[in-house]
Design a protein around this ligand. Structure first.
Ligand SMILES: Cc1cc2nc3c(=O)[nH]c(=O)nc-3n(C[C@H](O)[C@H](O)[C@H](O)COP(=O)(O)OP(=O)(O)OC[C@H]3O[C@@H](n4cnc5c(N)ncnc54)[C@H](O)[C@@H]3O)c2cc1C
Length: 414
């Protein structure tokens, strides 16, 4: 059964019905995280709840549960304000925030969930709560990094950033330079200030019209960057990267923040993608070698289209203003891979390549994953990898308080 909610009352009523009938519940806004079946359950869709209200004086936005980051940014930008979105503004703001929210500008501003001031959330007993850290602090804690373990958010208030432009985009190198570029980028990340956010990726671009010329088709090494300081200083800082190897396509320029999706150029259309993630402690030369052995120019048969290493640290390693359930502050890098699933034999190849990549990188890992980027949730042990044992246990206790029948059991929850 699907409830297409138009407001908080619909969500509350749906949860009361689910609770009375013992029906497990899933919630979805865009379907970007629709990577598990909802068999014999109730799906609450918030896709119709897209209202966004910006208060320019307070620099906040009140965001209904189904709004995408693109909706929030469109309302904020006319006031010179920006959102702390991830690599695609097509993702839902709420789903992203309850998973912690790793922004493009994370090294500068930290996790997006820590900008949330308050949530309105319906719990499976059919009660609507307002939580801002002072009222029901455990709920506020669990909703920032615990995904939908404790309730269904109906709206939230988040801070916005006074930011109009960034220096950003991608430096694309021919694939044969991957080793030199990765080594140079890794060295460079040790030297750059927190205002420099970046990621190294190898990209196997299919020759499809959705991918812009001239990077359509072929194998590329890319460094995606976003710098929020003085553009001239940013250009100076980028010089060692541009000197690492011949740059085939240089798309780094000062851009309005509303163009932020151009930094990572994530696909805008739905794909049957298999996403996976590991958090890394370090990236020594042996780790770079292991990465390239798996997905570099010589791994020509790899079904992994994008393998990206994001630079973490900076504000992402500092504690939150108000404690949250995010467990990635010890990571120096985040490894993510995306493969596109085909017919069943291809799916097997994808699973094999994905497992092989993360196993090869495990000596350099923290042992954990990031919930938003983990992809298909596995068994309880696999899902638990998103949190430290202490945080997992605390989330389990929060779930016992707010969802004792474990109705919100679908997806990446405790
Ligand atoms: C192209 C792309 C780029 C991305 N880049 C980043 C990135 O840079 N950083 C990052 O952190 N993440 C990133 N993500 C992951 C994204 O944040 C998660 O997939 C997020 O869950 C998407 O939310 P959604 O509403 O769009 O998806 P949906 O499939 O609608 O929801 C996904 C999950 O979010 C939870 N959820 C949704 N609505 C609610 C609600 N009202 N109350 C409680 N829980 C809810 C549920 O657990 C649900 O299963 C990216 C995803 C895509 C597709």
């Amino acid at each position: 059964m699907v409830v297409a909610a138009t407001g908080a009352d619909d969500v509350v009523n749906a949860l009361r019905w689910a609770s009375a009938t013992g029906t497990p519940v899933a919630v979805q806004a865009t379907g970007h995280g629709a990577n598990f079946p909802v068999d014999h359950g109730l799906l609450i869709s918030t896709a119709r709840m897209t209202a966004v209200e910006v208060d320019p004086g307070r620099r906040t936005a009140t965001v209904a549960a189904g709004a995408k980051w693109g909706d929030v940014l469109a309302a904020a930008a006319p006031h010179g304000l920006a959102t702390l979105n991830g690599t695609s503004t097509d993702a839902g703001a709420t789903g992203y925030l309850v998973g912690g929210g790793l922004p493009v500008l994370g090294r500068t501003y930290g996790y997006a969930a820590d900008l949330v001031r308050s949530f309105r959330v319906a719990t499976p007993d059919g009660r609507l709560h307002e939580t801002d850290g002072t009222s029901e602090p455990e709920l506020f804690w669990a909703l920032r990094g615990g995904k939908s373990t404790v309730g269904v958010v109906t709206s939230l208030v988040t801070e916005l950033l006074p930011l109009r432009t960034v220096l950003g985009g991608g430096l694309y190198f021919r694939g044969e330079h991957a080793e030199a570029v990765l080594a140079a980028w890794s060295e460079w990340t040790r030297t750059v200030p927190e205002r420099m956010c970046s990621a190294f990726a190898v990209l196997r671009m299919p020759p499809i019209p959705q991918i812009p010329e001239p990077i359509r088709g072929g194998f590329w090494a890319r460094v995606a960057v976003a710098w929020t300081g003085d553009p001239a200083e940013g250009e100076r800082l980028l010089a060692p990267l541009r000197a690492a190897a011949p740059v085939a396509v240089d798309w780094v320029e000062e851009m309005p923040y509303t163009d932020i999706d151009r930094v990572h150029l994530d696909p805008q259309d739905p794909l049957p993608g298999r996403e996976s993630c590991s958090l890394l402690r370090e990236l020594p030369p042996q780790a770079q070698r292991a990465f390239l052995d798996q997905v570099g120019p010589d791994a020509s048969g790899s079904p992994i289209l994008v393998a990206q290493i994001r630079h973490m640290g900076g504000a992402l390693s500092r504690p939150a203003r108000t404690e949250d359930a995010i467990c990635a502050r010890d990571a120096a890098h985040l490894l993510e891979a995306v493969a596109v699933m085909g017919a069943p034999p291809d799916a097997e190849a994808v699973e094999h390549a994905t497992a092989s990549l993360h196993t090869a990188m495990s000596p350099y890992g923290t042992g954990r994953t990031m919930i938003n980027i983990h992809g298909t949730p596995g068994d309880a042990a696999d899902r638990a990898r998103a949190w430290t044992p202490q945080v997992h246990e605390r989330l389990r206790r929060a779930r016992e308080t707010y969802d004792p029948s474990n109705l919100l059991r679908f997806g990446h929850t405790v």
